[in-house]
Every structure is written in structure tokens, then in C-alpha cells.
Design a binder for this molecule. Sequence first.
Ligand code: HEC
Length: 122
Amino acid sequence: MSTIAHKRHALSLLVATALLAPSLPASAVDADAAQVLARQSGCFKCHAVDRKKDGPAWRDVAAKYAGDAGAEAKLIHHITSGEKAKFDDGHEEEHKIVKSNDAAQIKNLIDWILSLPGGAKP
Ligand code: HEC
């Protein structure tokens, strides 16, 4: 593939992403702030970006919800409500609640997770 074709491809991907998610411009996500909040909230005890721990890899979460317009609201609820989370061994417990009352910070964390590229799942 020529460099120019490659660039065009990358550009059209960007455009496609912008069209699919008009409410989530990638530039609006503050990845550093998202990771600070995740660290402060203890999320990385059970999650990592790239690999499954007790909870799913966040890249896989992004892949699972790709194109799902309701994903942001659903995941904000997931990390603020204490809804039940199912673990691999079958037990259920209330999912960890994010340590912030700032709606913009919580939205930023979810938008960051949903913006992660790839997905380890086939
Ligand atoms: C004690 C372990 C644990 C901690 C801590 C934890 N999680 Fe989870 N998380 C899980 C498990 C287990 C699941 C899978 C739940 C299910 O499928 O029912 C999950 C699922 C998720 C999902 C995907 C939900 C879906 O609908 O697919 C997201 C996003 C998530 N967690 C974000 C977070 C964030 C953000 C934090 C920190 C505030 C956090 N988690 C802290 C265990 C944890």
C-alpha cells in the first residue's frame, strides 16, 4: 500500500469515526484525566486497557459497544449505580462506584474507555 493511500485510509477512518459518534469528538477526551480518575477509583485492580483481569479489558468494552449510541449512558450508570457485576467464578457483587461526583469527569472516563482502539476479541 502506498503511503498516500495509507494516509487517505487513515483520514477516511477519522471521518467515519466523527460521523458515527458526533457527540464524542476524540479531541474532547482527556486521556490523562481519565486514567488519574480510574487510578484513584481503584478500577485497575480489576481492569486493564489491554488484558482481561477480573473485569474485561477496556479495549474489549470499546469494541463491544462500537456503534452503540446508548453505550455512554449505560456505562455511566454502570460505574455510578453499584449495579451487580458478574465475575467469572459466577459470583455477583455490586460493581465499584467511581470516586467522583463530577459528571463531566465521569463522562470523560467513559468516553476515554469507549474511544480505545482495537479490541482483543476476534
Ligand atoms: C472488584 C473488581 C472490579 C473493580 C474494582 C472495577 N470493576 Fe469494572 N467490572 C468488573 C467486572 C467483574 C465486570 C463484568 C461485569 C459483568 O459483565 O456483569 C466489569 C465491567 C466493567 C465495564 C463493562 C460493563 C459492560 O456493560 O460491558 C466497565 C466499563 C467497567 N467495568 C469500568 C470500571 C471502572 C471505570 C471502574 C472503576 C471506577 C471499575 N470498572 C472497577 C469488575 C470490577
